[in-house]
Structures are given as C-alpha cells and as structure tokens.
Design a protein around this ligand. Structure first.
Ligand code: ADP
Length: 577
C-alpha cells in the first residue's frame, strides 16, 4: 500500500458498493480505540505505512535510530503513565533489537507492547529462506510476559486488546504481538473490521488484600522494636502516592526508598533512612516491602546484610513473588493503592508506634554518614581535574531549583554517585538502569519522559553508558525535545586511566567529545571542566528548553571498577592493570 492509497482510503477503500479496510488500518484503529497516543519505533518493511497512517490518524509516532532505544522509550512511557507503551519494529533484526527492551521491561515490571511485522508464515515455517526470516513468536516467548500472533485481519482487534490487558493487569510486563506482513495487507469488509475491534474495559482492576493478612501485618508492625518500610519502583508505578505517604506518616515507621521510588516522599523527609541504609537493613526486625523485590539489589534478604531474625511483610500484586527469597510472615497480595488504603483504615490510632531508641539509632547513623559525605563533597568541589562528585554537586544544585525535572541516570560510577547525591522531591521523576542494572536505557527513557509529559529532562550519563544509545540525540534534536544530556566523561568504562598492554587502547578506554556530536544535529553542545561551568551550562540549557548536551571532563583516574558492585566480578586471578 502506498501513501497515496492511504490518503484515499482514510475513510476506507470502496470496491463496488463494498467499503473495505485492511490490516494496517485495523491496527491503527484498535490502538486509537484504546487511547494509545504515542508509538515509539523504527520504520522499514513491512510497517512503514503503519507508522504513516498512525501519524495521519493523530497518534504521535516517534522515529528512532535503533529499536532498543525505541523499546526502552515505550517501557518508560508505560512506567510513567500506567498505559502500555507501544514499540513498533520491523521483522527479524529490528524485532531482535527491540526484544532487549521488551525483556528489560518485563524484568522491571513496566507495561509495554512490542508490535512487530514479520515475514510470511508459509515461507518461515518451512525455512525456505524468506527476507528477514525468523520465527519471532517462538523467540519472543521466553523473554516476554506473553507473546501472541495474529493470523487473520479480523483478529487484530482481539490481538491488540489481549496484548494491552496482559501488559497492564496483575504484574505489568512486556507483551509481544506478532503481525505478519500478509495480515497487515489483508483486505476485509470495513464494517466487519470495525465490529472486530474493542476497547479494553478496566485494564488493570484493583486487587484488594485479605483482611486476615492485613491484621497479621498490622500486628507485626505494632509489636516490632525496629520496623522498616522499603519502597520500590512497584510502589512508584502504582500511583498511590497519597496512601503511601499517609501510611508512612501515620505510623512513623522509618522508610528506605529504592532508587526509582525516590521522590515518592521527598528525599529530605524526616523518616527517610536512605543515609543509614546499611544499619537499617542490618538491624530492622520487621520489614515491610512495598512494591520492592528481595532480589540482588536487596541482598536477597540474607544475613549478614540483614538481621537473620527479621520478619518480612510484603505488599505485591504478584503472589508468586512472595517467599522467593525469605519466608514472608504477612503476605499482602494486592495493588499497592488498595493495600495501603486498607492498612490505613484498619490501623487503630496509636496502634503502631516506633520505639524512640530505634529512631535515635538511625538518626545518629544518618548524621554520621551525612557528615562523612559532606567532607567528600567539599573535597570534590575544588578538585581539578573535576571529580564525579564535583560535577554532580553542581547538577544537584541546579536540579534543586527545578524540582519537576525528570532525571534519567545510567552508568557505573555515574549511577551510584548520582543516586546518592541527587535528591528527588516528586514521585516517578527518576528513571534509571533498574533491576538488571542495564546500560543503554538513557536516551530512550529521556525521550519518553519528554514526550509523555512535556516536562524538562536531565539525563545523567556515564560516557560508556551514553554510547549505547548516543545516536538518539539526533532523535531528540529532530523532535526538538527539552532533554539536556549530561555526560560524565572520564574517558573510559569505569575509569579512563587503564594502561594498555598492547598497541591497542586498553579494553576500558574511550575517547569522545560528545559536545561536538550534538552540534552535528543542531543541538547545543557545552564542554565543562569545572563545577561552576557545569552549573552555568545546565542552568542555561534548562532555561532554553531545547536539546543540549554537556560534556563534563572528569578526571580519568576518578571512578571505581564496576562502581558499587565490583564484588560481583569473578574472583579468580587478578589481571594486572
Ligand atoms: P525495586 O527494584 O525498586 O526494589 P522491584 O522492581 O524489585 O522494585 O519490585 C517491584 C515489585 O512491584 C514487583 O514485584 C511487582 O510485582 C510489584 N508491583 C508492580 N506494580 C504493582 C502494583 N500496582 N501494586 C503492587 N505491586 C506492584
């Protein structure tokens, strides 16, 4: 189908007296019916006209340079809006590029749907060597929450509805929807086509917890000597900000935000124990996990990082998550909003009271750690060449003046240090490497935050991390998005001072003037060598509200191998650096 015939068929084609439609129109109509207003993708055979038609119908199509970044954008859109983000990919290689993001979305519990064109079934299934031949459905199954294929145009509405329902209900995740080229081009009667579409009613219904489970949890918290609440990105996703805040403040229980839950309550909240994290984990005797998994990021709940006698309460929409690492004494299966509201309603006045000794112990440790950090920050303020912490303090100060700015963050040291330095004041304004600690999400997440909200975005990137999706700054410039990318450039993966053992650069070495890159696409590039320059550039770029990139020249000797998680490297025999 050509663009000319697309226009002609906006109201459907007409053959004799019969009004016709086709697979491409039905996909767009089904998405519109379900209030999808943006698609992130890369065009090519067989989906180019689908993108054109989507755009012509009022859906925003954001065209990327690489499908992984488009997929990450769809995932972030899902996290921010609670509606599935849509990623559109071409067959085989494009599909596989997008699959990384689909898998990452599933691991992070973000709702997204990857719709991919695919090659002809009768050729693929006999392995006759079709253009971009691949059994995409079979490949997607193992990486997604679910994978479906539509075989007839009349099933497109069903396929889209099923994908949307599956992506957002229960534990959110990534869904793959395979639509072969032949189905996209299949022509059917327009009335039959229209009648085959439907709008998903109440896609993610509330899930209310068991009253007995609520009483068990309240009893545990009421008898605890050292209670702790851990808020995870599931709590942020749930958009139950008022209930969470009310419960935390009503009970006075200290809380620890996981990185993407920062801002659910402002980071400077009196009950936050982020700066006494290790003590809180090691000493807490009753721990209530709210939309947070006891995975590697929380040391699996194991001693010695945790108190071996700790009792766990877990609030999660996925019952299969419970007992995955530690016995869960009070399983609260339900959506965070319903569970927190029920807890508020059932907790008697003064029933949960936190012993003063526990609060004092945590405050003392917080004060001690804040003091230690202040010394590091002061030392970094004037250090030359600039240190990570020098640049990050400057960024922190400017972001304090702009608290509604979205922060995207990835890297090793750039991630660990920014997470601890930059406080968040507003829920769901921090998007980062997440459960896998993955690199390459940066530009995709930043683009989605800007597209979905229209608000400014600052992406704080390690120089290595930025490289994975760096070409997308062209996308940012093309769409004129208010994204300021700040590259903490220490000229290497982890550090830039590794000596080479051959005539080639060291395996960890990188060299780039990223500020020159963005200039090629019409954006504004800055190069900053001091914290003062970083702050001035960021202030100016945010005020302009246009695409910009600040390349921060960081001391190549600053940075730790693998950041905070170097212990995950194999021990073996140390390689000489
Ligand atoms: P973090 O990395 O921040 O600790 P995780 O991604 O490990 O957070 O955990 C998120 C958890 O939140 C998942 O187990 C997921 O099932 C759960 N979850 C997601 N959405 C909801 C919701 N609306 N209500 C309850 N739990 C949810």
């Amino acid at each position: 189908m050509t663009i000319a015939s697309l226009r002609e068929s906006e109201a459907g084609g007409l053959v004799g007296a019969q009004k016709l439609t086709d697979g491409i129109h039905l996909v767009v109509d089904a998405l519109k019916l379900n209030e999808i207003d943006a698609i992130y993708g890369v065009v090519g055979i067989p989906i180019t006209d689908l993108a054109r038609l989507a755009q012509a119908s009022g859906i925003r199509f954001i065209g990327f340079r690489h499908e992984s970044a488009a997929g990450h954008a769809a995932a972030a859109a899902g996290f921010l809006t609670k509606k599935p983000g849509i990623c559109l990919t071409v067959s085989a290689p494009g599909f596989l590029n997008g699959l990384v993001a689909l898998a990452n979305a599933t691991v992070n519990c973000f709702p997204m749907v990857q719709i991919s064109g695919s090659s002809e079934r009768h050729l693929v299934d006999l392995q006759r060597g079709d253009y971009e031949e691949m059994d995409q459905l079979a490949a997607a199954r193992q990486f997604a929450k679910a994978a479906y294929r539509v075989q007839r145009a009349e099933d497109i509405g069903r396929g889209v509805a099923r994908a949307i329902r599956t992506a957002v209900s229960g534990r959110p995740g990534g869904v793959y929807l395979d639509i072969p080229a032949a189905v996209l081009g299949e022509v059917i009667d327009a009335d039959l086509g229209a009648a085959s579409l439907w709008r998903v009613v109440d896609p993610a219904p509330r899930q209310v917890p068991e009253p007995a489970a609520l009483d068990r949890a309240i009893e545990l918290l009421a008898t605890a000597q050292r209670p702790l609440v851990v808020l995870g990105k599931g709590a942020a996703y749930a958009q139950a900000d008022d209930q969470i805040r009310q419960f935390v403040e009503l009970t006075g229980v200290p809380y620890l935000p996981m990185s993407m839950a920062k801002g659910l309550l402002p980071d400077d909240h009196a009950q936050s124990v982020a700066s006494a994290r290790s003590l809180a984990l090691r000493r807490a005797d009753v721990v209530m996990l709210v939309g947070a998994r006891l995975n590697w990021l929380l040391g699996h709940g194991d001693a010695p990082q945790w108190n071996s006698d700790a009792k766990f309460i877990q609030v999660d929409i996925a019952s299969t998550e419970l007992d995955s690492n530690q016995p869960i004494a009070a399983p609260l299966v339900g959506d965070v909003g319903s569970v927190m509201q029920a807890l508020i309603d059932r907790t008697g006045p003064g029933q949960i009271a936190v012993p003063a000794q526990w609060r004092d112990e945590l405050s003392a440790r917080s004060a001690e750690n804040v003091g230690k950090m202040a010394k590091r920050l002061t030392a970094a303020e004037t250090a030359h060449p600039m240190k990570f912490l020098g640049a990050l303090q400057a960024i922190r100060d400017v972001l304090r003046e702009n608290p509604r700015t979205y922060v995207v963050n990835e890297g090793a040291n750039a991630l660990d240090l920014a997470r601890n330095t930059i406080g968040m004041q507003v829920p769901r304004h921090r998007l980062d490497s997440g459960t896998w600690g993955v690199m390459g999400i940066g530009m995709g997440y930043a683009i989605a935050a800007a597209v979905e909200t229209g608000d400014p975005v600052v992406a704080i990137e390690g120089d290595s991390a930025f490289g994975f999706s760096g070409m997308e700054i062209e996308t940012i410039c093309r769409y004129g998005l208010p994204v300021v990318t700040v590259v903490l450039n220490n000229s290497g993966v982890y550090r830039g001072d590794d000596a080479s053992t051959s005539g080639d650069p060291a395996p960890t070495a990188l060299r780039a003037r990223h500020d020159l890159m963005i200039a090629a696409f019409g954006g504004r590039g800055y190069r900053a060598t001091t914290p003062v320059e970083v702050a001035a550039a960021l202030r100016e770029a945010l005020a302009a509200g246009k695409p910009a990139l600040i390349d921060c020249v960081i001391d190549p000797a600053d940075g730790t191998e693998s950041g905070n998680i170097s212990h995950l490297n194999p021990k073996g025999i140390t390689v000489q650096r």
